[in-house]
Structure formats: C-alpha cells, structure tokens
Design a protein around this ligand. Structure first.
Ligand SMILES: Nc1ncnc2c1ncn2[C@@H]1O[C@H](COP(=O)(O)OP(=O)(O)OP(=O)(O)O)[C@@H](O)[C@H]1O
Length: 841
C-alpha cells in the first residue's frame, strides 16, 4: 500500500536522520514510527501501537506527549542515542493541505544542554578530532556555557581516547576516515561523522589564539554544531590554546591514580582532591575549579598571581564572608548566556540575569574597599554590564516560567501594553462586579461567573436554584449534570473586549520580551567575561577557606628542581582519618639527591607518602596553598605515576602489561623537570624479573632522565643501589614490633627498612594461625637460603655454573646499551634470555 502523504513526509525527513530517533510532531504528541518505534517503546517502556494498513502493512508507532518529552529525551540521550526534533513549522490554522515539518534541532550526548540529567557543576563538552602526523588535534566546546579549547594530543588513538575520557567527553565529531580508525575502540563514546559538505565560517576572533593546524578540527566542530543545532553560535567563546610549557601535564592514568577529580574505584568524587577543595558557592566556580585541576599551570608568574589573590582573601576573613554571601546570589551566568544566544531564555532567566548583575556593584565595592591592593585591582576586572541591567529593567519582578502567558514585562514600561492590561483588568473587575449584582438580583448565593475556552464567560446556576434564574435575560448555553450555564448579551460584549485586550497584551508583551532578549545578545561576550572572573573569585575563596580550615601554607617556588616539603601531609587521607592523627612527613630532594628509594612494610604508608608529594605539587601549581608546615617547590612540567594495581580490565590488558605500558610512557616522556612516582614496579611478575626491571629502570632514570623520582619497592636487595647511584638515597616508612604485632608509625626515616612485616600484616588480616606459624617457619629458612645464594641482583644464581648457554646469556647482557634500551625492549630481552636458559635445561 502506498504511504499516506504524511508518512511520505515522515520518510523524507527520516532519510536525513538515520542515526537518530525522529520525534515527529503530530498535534500534542511526538510520534515515532517503524524501527524507531520498536526500539523506543522498549527503551522508554511506552506502549507500542500501529497505524494504517492491515496485518503486516501496519506501521509500528509509539508516541510521547509534547509537554513531557524532555524526560524521554533525557533517557534516550543518557543511553548514548540521538534525538531529532521534527516540528510543525507552519501554523496549521493558516495552512491548506499538509503542514510543513522540519527538524529544528538534533539533540545528541554532546549537545544536550537541558534536562535533569545535566550536572550544572560540571562542563559538558562536545569535541572534534583530526589526525595529525604524530597525534591528534582536539577541540572541544561546552555548548551550554560557550567555553571552548583546543589542544594537541601526542600519541596513538589510545592517548586520544584517554584524554576524552578524562575530560568526560561523550561525543566526538570526526571525518569518515577517523571514524573507521576509532570505531572499534570507542566503546561508550558516540562518534558523529561531519562530512563538511558546507563549512561554517567561524568568526576569526574564535580562532585567533590557535595555531593553524588546530583550525580544521575547530571548523569541523563548529560546522557540526551549526548544522545540527540550527541556532546562533554567538555565545561560543574564543578557543583557548595553551602553548607547551604553560601547563603541568598529567596523563590520564596519573590523574586517575592520584584521584584528582575521580576516585580510582567507582569514579565518584568522594575521596578525591576535588572533594576536598570544592567549597565554591556557584556552579560556575565549581566548573572552573575542575578545569584548573584538570590543567594545573606550569608558569610561575601565573601561579603566583593566583596565590596573591588567595593570600589576600585569607587575610580578609570578613571580606570573604561578605563576598561569599553575595556570590551565592549569582546565578549561572554562563548557562544563562547560552540560553540567551540560543533564543531559549525565558523571562525568568532574564530576571535571574538581572538579579545576578545587581550583585556586581556590591562585589566590586567589597573588593575595592577591602584595603588590599590585590583585591582592589581584581575588582577592576569586573564589568557591571550597566547597559544590560538597563535593558533588563523592563522585566517584571517575578516572571512566570512560561514567557508566552504574560507577566514578563513590568507595568509602566510600555504605554500601549499598560493600556491593554488596564482594559483586561478593568473587564475582569467588571465581571466580578456583575457576579455580585446577579447574585443579588436572583437571590442565588452560589451563582458564579466562570470561563472556559469553548464557551467563554458564562453564568453558572446549580440545578437546585434553576427556578430562580432570570430566563428572560439569560440564554442557555450548556447543561451539566448539576448545573446550567447561561450567557447574556452584555456579558458577551464585555468578553470580546477582555479577550481582545488580553490577546493584544500577550502578543505585544512577547514581542517586547523577544526584542529585549535579542538586544541582550550583543552583550553576551561581556557577560561571559564577567562570569569567568566571578567564577575565578569563587575558586580563590574556596582555596582560602580550605587553606584556613585544613592549615595549609603558601608554597614558595624556586627556579631549580629542588623540592623541600617540611611536615607535609596527604590532605585527603588526613580528612578521611577524621579524628585520628595524620603523621606528617618531610620530602627533601636536591639537585644532588633527587631520587628516593622507599622501603617499608605493607600498609605502612609508602604510597600515601608518594601521593602526598604529587598532590602538593598539583595544589601548588593550581595556585592553592599546600598541606605542610613549609614548602619550597620547583615548577614541574609533568607528573607521571605508576601506582597501585589499577587493572585495565576493559581493554583486556594484564596488570603487569598495564604497569609496563605506564612505565614506558613515563620514561619516554619525562624530562628533568618532571616528577616520577613508581610504586612497587615489577611486583606483577616473578621476583627476579621484577627486581631486574625495577633496577634497570632506576638506573636508566638516574643516568638518562634526571627527573625527581620516588620509587617504592619490596625488593630489599635494591636498597644497595645507593652505593652505585650517587643521586639515589634510601628512606623507609617506619614500623615497630610490639609484643609480636606490628605497629605502623607512618614516619618516613632515612635509610632502608630492615625487616619485612608482611606476615604481621597477614596476622592483622586474621589469616588462620597455622598459616601464620608455617609462614614464619618458611621465612626463617628462606632467609637462610637467600644468604647462601644471592644478595644482589647481579649475582642471580642461574649465572653461576658457566657453560655455552650461560656464556651467551652473559654476552647478551654485556652487549646491552643501558642508556639506549627502553623498558619494553628490556622486557623482550629478558624473554630472550629466558628462552636461552630454558634450552639449557
Ligand atoms: N602519614 C600517615 N599518617 C597516618 N596514617 C597514614 C599515613 N600514611 C598512611 N596512613 C594510613 O595507612 C594506610 C596504608 O597506607 P598505604 O596504602 O600508603 O601503604 P603502603 O605502604 O603503600 O601499602 P602497600 O605496600 O600494601 O601498598 C592508609 O590508608 C592510611 O590510612
């Protein structure tokens, strides 16, 4: 059977939106048909029906009410789908034949800006990537706030995907070719192809900061946004680009290991540095803090500028309290700007913008009168946006949510509007008056005058009182179960007056409102700038509060590589410990001694110590104070960590392989200005393998990289390395034995640990006594054995009895150029050596 004209229209539109659920507007519903209906009815748990034809010809269909659509859209988007909203773009009343319908917007995981699932405290970025010779160009924008950035990502697809994950990007816009490259590995990431049939011509201002080879990705991103959103991109801010060297780079694994923004397990915020630091009072501030944590600075001047503001705010407690109260009243100016640009801002949004802007003069004067030069200077950066306030003076005090039902423009703003309103209000008074009169005239107390859309105004009299109705004047209009409804000529006459005035008033009001909204649009850039400055202020205050609350100090920077943290603490562990005492520890690294080999029993606090050093650096380089008695720090360019057993189960790699890959990444990228943290390298493989790898890595870093390095290990044999490596020194985390039990002191002391407390920890874990007793017995015999055979890795027993294979093995080792070998090559070498030796057996 040939499709009906309406279905033809549907199929035509759908052919352009194959990868989206097409929400096809029919009256008060969005309908879906065919496959869309089958799938959506399951996902959304709504009833599947059908239309047209008979039997197999029937078209599967399901629908959602227009007013409740947002909720269903949210559900589809959060599951990684896209929704194309197809609206009637002509007024059915004035159209003959089929109403024209068009997709007005494609909603995708990266462009979804409204709805319950949106977390206003986090950015929601949409990104585009281009492949380059040695990596990728990545650009991303938060459509709701207009913030935009572009960066280079060195490395393979994996590096790109990891960066996307750490920026929490759900959708990536790509070319066909890149789609093919990424499709297999993209997992939850939604890939959208932008063929660039037409290219959006971006305002030069947006691209000004970016190098040329990043521009294609920006073009692709903006073209996609303009094609799918079909709305103004006026609020998109210039793409920020940070030159190499401006930022402290922390790779995806390290961010996760250090739990800067997400905890290792589960990904929640509790237990992260963000959780400790976020005392911001606005959603904008919270987003800014996340951006800073994501990209700490590596420019001393910029860091010190932030520090100065934090310092001034710490010194000005009362100013801070006042400012915080004021900022709490400031709405999300960035999201409001986005809605204004999109033309979706309501009267209430404009009133929120106005009430926020009204706080600015007080914020400025609080800063300017603080008596603190730094704060006074900062206040100069705040723009009162006076013109916008003036424009918004037209908006009423409390506009309703809907902008079309009146009450948005205040009385006294527009003479004609006042006139209409007067007529309509007057008419309503007249009706109230008439009700009184009719009651008196008829003696019916329950008589009332009501209104509905179909019959307009009517007089309602209950059945019981009908005999009292003045039927000479009343004309019967409608009969209900218990009442009759009447009209009179004069009521109808007044009704026309009221309704005309009302309609005129609503139309004029909406017209005025849209005009104001359009006029505000030209100030979006300034509002965004103000928003950014206010959110910085919010973050500085959060830093000041945190510093005060947790006794942080201002770190001092040096231009060498020396680290001197005195009585440093791990702020998050400290907070978690609650009332228990956190044991502070020093970390001193100098140019001559910049590698620490950390030993100590399990659970003594080795990794906590290493993390606290890294967190101190991160805190310092975002401009915050740090948890210590004093800290003198270098500006670090990169932090690499290999901590804990964060199994990469998803990509199917073994723990040991992940450990090797992360080490490889660290060793090939680190410079002498980097900080390296290696926690128990090699424990994922056999003892000798692991020990040999650990030692060769330490030697390599010592000889070739020279980065500040903390290396924890269980291999006590490695502690002898301080004899051969002059920049390496031993420290250990002390523990004590008390009546056969281990007591952790968590104190980092000079020199190597002298005993393994593993069995005591097993005892703490309440392993059965017979196992513990046997383990103690075995330990004694192992130690005795060990003394006989090996004390250093170089003397591994399998090299003892020399024969041809062993000679060859020795030769292969002698041939290795330690300075040039990578960890992966050394792995391969170890494998070859093992193959040789197995031949010998
Ligand atoms: N300085 C400290 N003060 C107080 N408690 C601490 C300190 N350092 C660590 N702890 C506590 O000890 C626990 C174990 O610390 P951590 O995980 O760093 O030990 P570890 O030596 O790395 O252990 P493993 O060798 O088993 O990985 C922490 O969760 C914390 O509760």
């Amino acid at each position: 059977m040939a499709p009906t004209p309406m279905m033809q229209q549907y199929l035509q539109v759908k052919s352009d939106y194959q990868d989206a659920f097409l929400f096809f507007r029919l009256g008060d519903f969005y309908e879906m048909f065919y496959d869309d209906a089958l799938k959506a009815s399951q996902i959304l748990e709504i009833t599947l029906t059908s239309r047209g034809g008979t039997g197999d010809d029937r078209i599967p269909m399901c629908g959602v009410p227009h007013h409740a659509a947002q909720n269903y859209i949210d559900q589809l988007i959060s599951k990684g789908h896209k929704v194309a909203l197809c609206e009637q773009v002509e007024d059915p009343k004035t159209t003959k034949g089929m109403v024209k319908r068009e997709v007005v917007r494609l909603i995708t995981p990266g462009t979804h800006t409204e709805g319950k699932s949106i977390d206003s405290k986090s950015n929601m970025f949409l990104a585009a990537a281009e492949q380059m010779a040695d990596g990728f160009a990545l650009s991303y924008v938060d459509i709701s706030t207009g913030e935009a950035s572009a960066i280079y990502i060195a490395g393979t697809e994996n590096a790109l995907l990891q960066e996307l994950q750490s920026l929490n990007i759900k959708e990536l816009v790509v070319s066909d070719q890149l789609f093919l490259l990424l499709n297999e590995e993209s997992q939850d990431l939604v890939l959208s192809i932008e063929p660039m049939d037409f290219v959006y011509t971006a305002d030069e201002r947006l691209l000004a900061e970016c190098p040329d080879d990043l521009k294609l990705s920006i073009q692709r991103l903006l073209t996609y946004i303009s094609r799918t959103q079909k709305q103004s991109l006026d609020h998109i801010q210039p793409f920020t680009f940070n030159e190499n060297g401006q930022l402290l780079s922390i790779d995806f694994h390290s961010k996760r290991n250090l739990e800067l923004l997400q905890s290792i397990r589960g990904g929640e915020t509790k237990g992260t540095l963000l959780w400790l630091l976020d005392e911001t009072v606005t959603a904008m501030g919270s987003r800014k803090l996340k951006q800073w944590l994501h990209q700490p600075l590596a420019n001393r001047h910029l860091i010190e500028k932030r520090q100065q503001l934090v310092e001034s705010l710490i010194n000005q407690y009362f100013v801070r309290v006042e400012l915080q109260e004021l900022l709490k009243e400031v709405y999300d100016l960035e999201r409001l700007s986005g809605r204004i640009a999109f033309g979706s801002a309501s009267g209430r949004d404009l009133a929120q913008l106005r009430s926020s802007l009204e706080k600015v003069p007080a914020i400025i004067s609080e800063l300017a009168n603080s008596g603190h030069g730094t704060l006074a200077n900062f206040s100069d950066k705040l723009d009162r946006c006076g013109e916008v306030c003036e424009l918004l003076g037209a908006i009423s005090e409390n506009p309703p949510l809907s902008s079309k039902e009146g009450g948005v423009i205040r009385d006294g703003f527009h003479a004609k509007l006042d006139e209409y309103r007067y007529a309509s209000r007057n008419g309503k008074d007249w009706i109230a008056q008439l009700e009184q009169e009719e009651r008196q005239r008829t003696g019916i107390k329950s008589l009332k005058i009501g209104y509905n859309r179909i019959f307009g105004y009517y007089i309602e009299i209950s059945k019981a009182n009908m005999h009292l109705a003045d039927l000479e004047r009343y004309e019967r209009k409608q009969t209900l179960a218990n009442a009759e409804r009447y009209i009179t000529p004069e009521l109808k006459e007044k009704e026309t007056l009221i309704l005309t005035a009302e309609e005129e008033s609503l139309n004029l009001e909406y017209e005025l409102f849209v005009k104001i909204r359009e006029e505000v649009k030209q100030y979006i850039g300034r509002i965004q700038q103000l928003a950014s400055t206010l959110s910085e202020l919010d973050v500085f205050m959060s830093f000041a509060n945190v510093a005060e609350k947790y006794r942080f100090v201002k770190p001092v920077f040096n231009d060498s590589r020396e680290i001197s943290i005195i009585e440093g603490r791990h702020p998050v562990v400290e907070k978690m410990l609650n009332k228990q005492h956190y044991v502070p520890n020093d970390c001193v690294l100098t140019d001559n001694q910049n590698m620490l080999l950390i030993t100590g029993p399990n659970m003594s606090g080795k990794s906590t110590y290493m993390r606290q050093v890294a967190l101190t650096i991160v805190l310092a380089q975002i401009g915050s104070y740090v948890p210590a008695e004093s800290a003198n720090l270098p500006i670090v360019d990169q932090i690499f960590t290999r901590i804990g057993a964060a199994d990469d189960l998803v990509s199917g790699q073994s723990t040991f392989m992940v450990e090797m890959l992360e080490s490889q990444y660290a060793i090939t990228h680190a410079t002498e200005r980097s900080l390296l943290l290696f926690d128990e390298i090699g424990r994922g493989t056999s003892t000798y393998d692991g020990m040999a790898l650990a030692q060769s890595m330490i030697e390599y870093i010592h000889e070739n990289i020279g980065a500040n390095t903390l290396f924890s290990t269980h291999y006590h044999e490695l502690t002898a390395l301080d004899q051969s490596l002059d920049k390496l020194s031993n420290v250990h985390v002390a523990a004590m034995e008390q009546s056969g039990k281990v007591v952790f002191l968590h104190k980092v002391k000079k020199g190597p640990a002298d005993k393994s407390y593993g069995i005591h920890v097993a005892e703490l874990a309440e392993l059965p006594q017979p196992i513990l007793a046997r383990a103690r017995e075995l330990l004694v015999s192992f130690e005795a054995e060990n003394k006989k055979h090996v004390s250093q890795v170089e003397q591994l027993s399998f090299f003892d009895d020399r024969d041809t294979e062993s000679e060859e093995v020795l030769q292969m080792i002698a041939d290795v150029n330690i300075a040039a070998i990578t960890p992966l090559q050394s792995l391969q070498l170890l494998n070859d050596l093992q193959v040789k030796l197995s031949k010998k057996e």
